[in-house]
Ligand binder design. Structure first.
Ligand code: ZN
Length: 278
């Protein structure tokens, strides 16, 4: 990384949130600068009907950007749990009727740049209503099977319930920001799922992620940011962007005993296979 002429890549960031207000000041300049920094692909993640249109518009503006459309469990956070400005339209517009919101999102799935259902899953870190998020996630898994598109799984402190549904339905897709054990990494990948790793695996003390990366086949690993969050070392705490995956690739390469260049080639190919794109 010390050589200024060296450009890492191809970097395929399978999980980004560039519609975040953190990018309002320089979004287009930043996105336009990424290919020269080795970024070959990005899958931009919607969290509800609130950002879905902007995700799809971004995917149309840039060849290398694709979109995942879905409803994130945090979009179900009720009015008494977060400031009014942070409430999703799932609550403010649909009054918790996620089925109606999902129906309204359906036209997006016939768009060729919409390659996945997501971001969806289960979250027990925040006070998301348990029954509603379980029903929503199950509906999104069934949608992924019906549409034959991969699902992007958010699993925060919800391993048992997430894994039970993944075992039951066996969808295609990516378990984003994988935080499970090495044992679970083995069967999830054997079932055909991809595991996404980002900045967190570069942080000091990330032994669990290191074991999971070691246990997963190279052909089932993908790299991601979850930007603007989760910047890797040595950028931890800064606003993250896809070019910083260069550091994640170095960490994963060291754990797998291959070169960073091989990791970028392999994970770029894995991402394209996972999203069924060229
Ligand atoms: Zn995300």
């Amino acid at each position: 990384m010390g050589d200024a002429s060296f450009v890492p890549g191809p970097i395929f960031d399978t999980h980004a949130h560039y519609t975040s207000a953190d990018f309002d000041a320089d979004r287009d300049a930043l996105l336009a600068s990424l290919p020269a920094k080795g970024v070959s692909g990005i899958c931009e993640q919607a969290t509800s009907s609130g950002d879905a249109a902007a995700c799809v518009a971004m995917a149309h503006r840039y060849d290398f950007i694709y979109a995942a459309i879905g409803i994130h469990p945090e979009s179900l956070l009720p009015a008494d749990t977060c400031p009014p400005g942070q409430l999703a339209p799932t609550i403010t517009k649909y009054h918790g009727d996620w089925r109606a919101e999902l129906d309204d999102l359906m036209p997006y799935f016939s768009d060729p740049k919409v390659v996945a259902i997501g971001e969806c899953g289960l979250d027990h870190h925040w006070p998301v209503p348990a029954e509603a998020q379980l029903a929503l996630f199950e509906a999104e898994i069934r949608l992924s099977l019906a549409l034959d598109k991969p699902i992007i799984v958010h699993d925060r402190e919800a391993h048992a319930e997430v894994y039970a549904l993944l075992k039951k339905y066996r969808p295609k897709g990516i378990v984003h920001c994988y935080s499970g054990s090495a044992e679970d990494a083995a069967w999830l990948t054997a079932q055909g799922l991809y595991l996404g790793f980002g900045g967190a695996c570069t942080w000091q003390g990330a032994h669990r992620a290191a074991k999971a990366i070691a246990a997963a086949p190279l052909g089932q690993l993908v790299l991601e940011t979850d930007c603007p969050y989760m910047a890797p070392q040595p950028c931890r705490g800064q606003r993250c962007d896809s070019s910083m995956i260069a550091y994640v690739g170095e960490t994963v390469a060291a754990l797998k005993g291959v070169t960073p260049s091989e990791i970028f080639q392999i994970t770029d190919a894995n991402a394209r296979r996972a999203f069924q794109i060229k």
